[in-house]
Design a protein around this ligand. Structure first.
Ligand code: ATP
Length: 236
């Protein structure tokens, strides 16, 4: 068996003197979906910032396909194979759907699974709207563009930060329905969610964070609702 695609060992992170992560460990296998849950301020976004190179990390604390990446800058991490769907989508408002998608294709050379046609197959509504500016779309459609743009770099690991935020349940369901196809492409997925129910439905593994630490970790089936509830709300 090959090693994990992404492994994190004893990761710490700081904002100035303030320590936000305390020795976080986790491993993500190829094609796996990992959900990271936790209340406000638990450290989920900080963990995403560390993985994507926005926050500096110790060199060996984060490894992608066995190679240390903790010391890399954000563009270098993207080039190495980790792509993020940022909270708030951050589309380029003056560009069309298609132009927004194509931006994702320029950041990484090498193996190509995802093409424009593949993204339009994943989210057919985007094909109909391909010439519309990103801002003319609904929130859910904008989220699809943000996911498509991240996939166009053909990442080994796709990070999704709070993709349910502000979307109607039916739209959230449609977006999450695309995840099996994303995983078929070989990409591993990390979702950070406050919508625990949705996250647990698609995840093979769940990590609950509190105060900068992973306080519970396991397969959703193996964890009781009570254990997840207690880890989330900090009941001891
Ligand atoms: P939320 O769901 O509210 O985004 P989170 O789980 O993502 O919460 P983080 O945003 O990672 O949590 O915050 C973890 C800790 O780091 C919190 O105590 C927060 O106040 C602190 N923090 C986050 N960003 C900064 C920053 N830019 N400067 C200083 N402290 C920060």
């Amino acid at each position: 068996m090959t090693g994990p695609v992404l492994s994190i060992e004893n990761l710490t992170a700081y904002y100035g003197d303030f320590q936000a992560l305390f020795g976080v460990d986790l491993a993500l296998q190829q094609g796996q979906a990992l959900a990271i849950i936790g209340a406000n301020g638990a450290g989920k976004s900080t963990l995403m910032r560390a993985i994507t190179g926005i926050l500096p990390s110790p060199r060996d604390a984060i490894r992608l396909n066995g190679q240390p990446i903790g010391h890399l800058s954000a563009p270098e991490v993207l080039e190495a194979g980790i792509s993020m769907v940022p909270e708030g989508r951050r589309l380029f408002p003056s560009l069309s759907v298609e132009e927004n998608l194509l931006i994702g294709a320029h950041v990484r050379t090498g193996s190509r699974y995802w093409t424009l046609d593949g993204i339009y197959d994943l989210f057919p509504i985007l094909a109909e709207r391909r010439h519309n500016p990103g801002t003319a779309l609904s929130g859910g459609q904008q989220q699809m563009v943000a996911i498509g743009r991240a996939l166009m770099s053909n990442p080994d690991v796709l990070l999704c930060d709070e993709i349910s935020l502000g979307l109607a349940p039916v739209v959230i369901r449609d977006i999450y329905a695309s995840f099996p196809k994303i995983r078929e492409s070989g990409a591993s997925v990390i979702v950070v969610e406050q919508d625990i129910g949705q996250a647990l439905k698609i995840a093979d593994h769940v990590c609950c964070m509190m105060e900068g630490r992973v306080t519970l970790s396991g397969a959703p089936d193996a964890l009781s609702r009570d254990a997840i509830h207690d880890a989330y709300f900090g009941v001891s």
